[in-house]
Design a protein around this ligand. Structure first.
Ligand code: WQD
Length: 342
């Protein structure tokens, strides 16, 4: 049974990926510092997949503890690296914490991979590297634009670290997955996004408004040059995203990668405006969402959605879940949290 290390595995996308890995029979080791997730997620992963992953509470910024992890788990065959701070707004307030956490953890992992002969890494990147693309849909060879935030910059720098490491160390095999906007939750409503405090992202704010936790949603701008004036994004179901990680990891495990640093867009290829998402939520769940239009949010791009041709043709992966299922699963998850299930 192949053993895979999932860093940040009790987090939103990480937990969904662990469920998919265990369904496919992999032996999973989660490492997480629980700074933005809860240990109880392990119970839910076990409930869904019938198996409890190994778990190590650890901050990967510590090189000694990182190496001790690789000493303990000496059969690791691949790493899926999610662990990072990811709040755009917070990164502007705390840039040094973001650079230290997001960059040093990756560097420690890559050093440990070389020391302990673990060649394969799938890395969690983001469409923020594109900024506002000149052409849409955005392809992988679109230029990387200056980041709008320290968070986005850490993703760009991490991609450069992977690119340079792959060039210098041919034994490494790495894939970066550029996520568009992950939303929704597992069909069991046992795992999902657990934002801390006031949600920064659109969909958790919608569901918290619908459940009565928030008075109303603020729509950040309706004066963009888009279909209805509100900003457009490519929303992708978190389970579609999780499944793409398994496919990417197996590409490396089976040595089907053509280069030892590859990167892919993970989106649906369809853009949806904020107002269209609100409408989709109301239609999917029969629940009205109170909202008001306010000024644009600093740092937002106007519109972005993915060209998914390369992921479809090279990875052999295509998103299958539409906006309706994203919204209905997000709502089921929100209700399960409020019913104290979580
Ligand atoms: C989506 C749209 C907002 C909240 C960020 C990161 C990205 C990824 C996903 C980590 C925008 C609008 C939002 C609200 C609103 N994170 N909005 N009212 O900014 O596209 O992407 O999260 O991987 O890296 O950059 O996502 O959900 O914050 O915003 O109108 O209360 O919804 O203006 O147009 P974003 P988001």
């Amino acid at each position: 049974m192949k053993q895979i290390l999932v860093t940040g595995g009790t987090g939103y996308i990480g937990s969904h990926t662990v469920v998919e890995l265990q369904k496919k029979g992999y032996d999973v080791v989660i490492v997480d510092d629980l700074s933005n997730s809860e240990k109880s997620v392990l119970d839910r992963i076990e409930k869904i997949s019938g198996k409890r992953p190994h778990f190590e509470e650890l901050n990967l910024v510590d090189p000694i503890k990182t190496n001790q992890l690789f000493e303990k788990y000496s059969n690791l065959e691949a790493i899926i690296h999610f662990a990072a701070f990811k709040a755009v707004g917070e990164s502007v307030q705390k840039p040094l914490a973001y650079y230290q956490n997001n960059l040093v953890s990756l560097i420690n992992l890559l050093n440990a991979m070389r020391t302990y002969d673990v060649p394969n890494m799938v890395f969690s990147s983001s469409c923020t590297v594109y900024g506002q693309p000149d052409n849409l849909p955005v392809t992988e060879n679109a230029p990387v634009q200056p980041a709008e935030s320290p968070y986005g910059n850490t993703k760009q720098i991490c991609e450069e670290i992977l690119r340079d490491s792959a060039k210098a160390y041919p034994e490494l095999n790495t894939i970066a997955l550029r996520y568009f906007n992950p939303v929704g939750a597992h069909e069991t409503a046992l795992i999902g996004e657990l934002p801390k405090g006031v949600p920064q992202n659109l969909v958790p704010f919608i569901t918290q408004t619908a459940v009565g936790l928030r008075d109303e949603l603020s729509v950040f701008g309706d004066d963009y040059s888009t279909v209805d004036g509100s900003a457009v994004r490519d929303y992708i179901h978190v389970v579609d995203l999780a499944q793409a990680h398994i496919i990417a990891a197996e590409r490396l495990l089976e040595k089907r990668n053509e280069e030892n640093y590859e990167f892919f867009n993970l989106g649906t290829g369809t853009g949806s405006s904020v107002l269209q998402v609100i409408n989709a939520f109301e239609e999917a769940n029969g629940i009205p969402v109170k909202y008001k239009i306010v000024d644009r949010r600093e740092g937002d791009v106007e519109q972005i959605w993915a060209d998914t041709t390369i992921a479809n043709e090279v990875l052999g992966w295509k998103a299958s879940k539409g906006l309706n299922e994203m919204m209905s699963s997000a709502w089921a998850w929100e209700k399960s949290i409020r019913e104290g299930d979580c």
